[in-house]
Design a protein around this ligand. Sequence first.
Ligand SMILES: [Fe+2]
Length: 318
Amino acid sequence: MGITIQDIVYVRYQAPDLDIMQSFLEDFGLKLSARTERALYMRGTSSTPHIHITELGTKPTALGLGLLAPSYAALEDLASETGAKIEETGEPGGGVCIRLTDPAGMRVEVLFGQDKLQELTHRAALTMNPAMPRARFGDVQRPMAGPSHVVRLGHTVIHTPHFRETMDYYQKMFGMRPSDTYYAGQKENMIGAFLHCGLDKTYTDHHTIAILAGEPTGFDHCAFEVVDFDDLMLGNQYLLEKNHSHSWGVGRHVAGSQIFDYWRDPFDNKIEHWTDGDLVNDDYEPVHTEVGPSTLAQWGPPLEFESFAKLSRFSYED
Ligand SMILES: [Fe+2]
């Protein structure tokens, strides 16, 4: 039952002004890939045609996500299992997809056969010089100031009051596996699950989708990988200079270990830059931890009180 998805492809939002969204996302480090009357498609430096889509619509909201199928045959299996049709995407980048809705109510598009674009160039990751072993000799560090260079979409986190059902859905339907999980109060009261793509021995991001118990339904945030730590910090400086709204960071997470920096786009969606994340495979042993400020970050400023209070209050019922 189900298929094994390979990665997340994009996140899809709705907003009332595409110019404002494009301007912010360019400051954040994404590049314009395509734009139509109705939608904005932004890319990273990788070959994926677009990793952030905004559809024009009155109400700002998160609509859903795209996932990568391993083959056309897998899409056919998914079509016969769900009764959904394989359709042309009808969007820049082409390819075909199956359109589903997860138990949280988010749109899930499972894709195959999208075009690959020419990768965009960016500077190489800096060679750091730790106390030991030394790695840089006779060379200086001079990364250029400016927006971060977003390479790729790493993950999204879905908020839903249907926590258990949604977590089960991504595991059964898409072969995802728990990396780390969190509870509030009693151990049985699981309120967060970080899921990786179940690629057997192949290493993949610690989490590609995470599910958090909570309301309202939507994305808690989406998260984009940048080149390295200096790229994240120079992006932080640039976004501050442009008077964008900072949310949380800079710090280092526990689950996934990423160095993170959270922002708000002009429509109040939380959006993350990250670097230096953990890679896991199916041998990874999940850890079940009580949620709390110190379990979400190893170092960094305190988490916005509201976010933490929401999580720790939540109690899911079967
Ligand atoms: Fe994140």
